[in-house]
Each structure stands twice: as C-alpha cells, then as structure tokens.
Design a protein around this ligand. Structure first.
Ligand SMILES: Nc1nc2c([nH]c(=O)n2[C@H]2C[C@H](O)[C@@H](COP(=O)(O)OP(=O)(O)OP(=O)(O)O)O2)c(=O)[nH]1
Length: 144
C-alpha cells in the first residue's frame, strides 16, 4: 500500500486537565501553550497527556508540578467530566478535574504565560477543546 495515499488517523490521546479554582470558584487559571507545541500561543487550562500506567489524578499531579511548580494532594483532585475534541494532530479525550487546594504559588515553569481569569475569559485565542468546559463553567457557577 502506498502510505502517501492512505489517510492516516491521528493518534488518540488521553489528557488530564486542571481547573484550578480560587476566590469561591470565581477565578480559574489559564496558561499559554509554549512554542514548539501544536497551537503554540493559544490559551488553555494547565494539563497534559497521561503517561503509560498513570491515572488521571497522577498525571494531573505530575503536570501541575512540571508546568506550575505546585503540589496537589490526591484527595483534592475532583474528577469532574470528560470531553473529546478532534484536531488534525490528535483525537483528544480530556479529563477535567477541579482543584481548589494546592501547595505553592503557581509560577510558569516552561516559559508560558499564565493568567487568572473569570467568565468570560479575556485572553485569546483559546484552544477549541476548552470551549465546552468554559460553557459548562458558565452554567454551573451562577454567582459569576
Ligand atoms: N492542557 C490542555 N490541553 C488541552 C486543552 N484543550 C485541548 O483541546 N487540549 C489538547 C491540546 C493537546 O492536543 C492535548 C494536550 O497535549 P499536550 O501536547 O499539551 O500535552 P503535554 O504537555 O503532555 O505535551 P508533550 O509532553 O507532548 O510536550 O490536549 C486544555 O484546555 N488544556
């Protein structure tokens, strides 16, 4: 078979994503995607791909330490919902986790920008895979 004529299916990836909440859930943290990644410069919730053998909570704890330098206790990871989004580079399944308590002050560890946001977010552009959860947050937090 000629590989150049065969449409390739993008890989499916599992992603752990953190909705870090403060100020009675009125604010959440977004970060910009570092250079060199697909959609570099787009804003997203912090997180990343699960590594082999990792649970969602374990991946989240590792990513938060790598990206933001914070520590999260397992018991403070609230697995909230799962969404899917198909990009040209990957079919992603996003495992969204709410986190309200952590140790340390989030600081960019990978040259990214970070911003505490409320609804509607003012940073742009935002990664399309995050839109459904921004909508859901809008509807689940009447105080905003
Ligand atoms: N972190 C995060 N990823 C998101 C969001 N929305 C969304 O569609 N994604 C997608 C983009 C990517 O395809 C995937 C995350 O993978 P990634 O490449 O950023 O993960 P990673 O940090 O483990 O990257 P690497 O090890 O390959 O450098 O999930 C979001 O709000 N936050």
């Amino acid at each position: 078979m000629n590989a150049t004529l065969t449409p390739s299916t993008p890989p499916r990836v599992e992603v752990a994503v953190a909705i870090l909440l403060r100020d009675d859930d009125r604010e959440f943290l977004l970060g910009s995607r570092p250079h060199g990644k697909p959609y570099a410069g787009y804003w997203e919730f912090p997180g990343g791909k699960l590594e082999a053998g990792e649970s969602v909570a374990q991946a989240l704890q590792r990513e938060m330490h790598e990206e933001l330098g914070i520590q999260i206790d397992h018991q403070h990871v609230e697995i909230w919902r799962t969404t899917e989004h198909d990009y040209p580079h990957a079919q992603v399944r996003l495992h969204w986790c709410k986190v309200r308590l952590w140790q340390g002050n989030p600081q960019p560890q990978e040259g990214q920008q970070i911003a505490w946001q409320s609804l509607p977010p003012t940073v742009e552009p935002i990664l399309p895979g995050a839109f459904p959860v921004l909508d859901a947050l809008q509807h689940s937090t009447p105080q905003i």
